[in-house]
Write a protein that binds this ligand. Structure first.
Ligand code: SAH
Length: 286
């Protein structure tokens, strides 16, 4: 190639004024030149998109920061188990309640979930899960998944099942109301893609008063509904070293949180924590 030929080719760099596209004042070219000046823009857009996606609809707040405030409140109220606090930080409670209640999703309050049932308030759920995670029979090798094999009675909307799943080796959760069982399945299917590290949660439509013998024994059992006494099946399905936490009627005192430990020799040790208010434990299915 001779020098003369090279001279005739348009120079690409640096760009000459006459090489600017015609109509440089149009909106499109103005945008193009802005983007040239802001090479970091795609990164910023990605961050903005992420923030939009994780924002509860109609709340106008970033759900992660609202959740972190809830976690700070739980810690201030005495929840100290880091695994429990981390689970509360990771599970988006607003995705388990009706759109009309999304604004209250991170307040320490129980909320209706349909069919006359309620999702318990975060501080009570956290207290119960922490009691299970700190059971005296916990073995060192179970520390990463302190709930071990876990049975939940009363799936409801599935929120507590999601928290349990982050702390358990496996979870079996039973619900006696078909519509809630199906709703929980839908919620948890949605969540599985968003929250990594969730083991399988076995959702069962059935009478939780019978427990679930095929997967027994359980290291931990948690009930979200309270009756006059503890069903025998729960005690039978509790593994040595295991702990059960459930609300139970205490004559004249209303509902109290009841804790039962199965000691290594097989015997049971009962203790009581504070007063609580849960929906009634009912037999049969609807
Ligand atoms: N853990 C739930 C709370 C649900 S409220 C959540 O996070 O949403 C308690 C649930 O216990 C109700 O859905 C109620 O239908 C259910 N329940 C009551 N008695 C039951 C029984 N015998 N077996 C299974 N579920 C029962």
């Amino acid at each position: 190639m001779s020098e003369g030929q090279a001279e005739r080719k348009p120079r690409r760099f640096p760009l000459q004024l006459e090489q600017l596209p015609a109509g440089a004042s149009t909106a499109a070219s103005a945008r193009a030149s802005r983007e040239l000046l802001r090479p970091q823009a795609p990164l910023q857009h990605a961050v903005e998109n992420l923030q939009r996606q994780s924002r509860p609809q109609g709340v106008g707040l970033d759900s992660l920061s609202v959740r972190q405030r809830m976690v700070a409140r739980l810690a201030a109220e005495g929840i100290s188990h880091t695994g429990v606090l981390d689970a509360f930080a990771r599970v988006p409670r607003h995705q388990f309640v009706d759109t009309a209640l999304v604004n209250q999703a991170y307040e320490d309050t129980s909320l209706p979930i349909g069919l006359g049932q309620t999702i318990s308030k975060p501080s009570v759920v956290a207290t119960m899960i922490q009691a299970l995670c700190t059971r005296p029979g916990l073995l060192a090798e179970q520390a990463a998944r302190p709930l071990g094999a876990c049975l939940e009675v009363g799936t409801g909307c599935g929120y507590q099942a999601a928290l349990l799943a982050l702390l358990a080796r496996r979870v079996v959760s039973i619900e006696r109301l078909r519509d809630l069982h199906l709703k929980a399945r839908q919620h948890l299917d949605q969540l599985r893609t968003a929250v990594p590290g969730m083991p399988d949660i076995r959702l069962i439509y059935g009478d939780g008063m019978l427990g679930h013998a095929p997967q027994a024994p359980y290291d931990t059992i948690i009930a979200a509904a309270g009756g006059a006494s503890l069903p025998q099946a729960w005690l039978d399905q509790l593994a040595p070293g295991g702990r059960l936490v459930a609300p139970m009627e205490d004559a004249g005192r209303g509902q109290v949180l009841t804790i039962v430990d199965r000691l290594p020799d097989g015997s049971l040790k009962h203790s009581r924590a504070g007063a609580v208010l849960f929906v009634p434990l009912k037999s049969g299915m609807t």
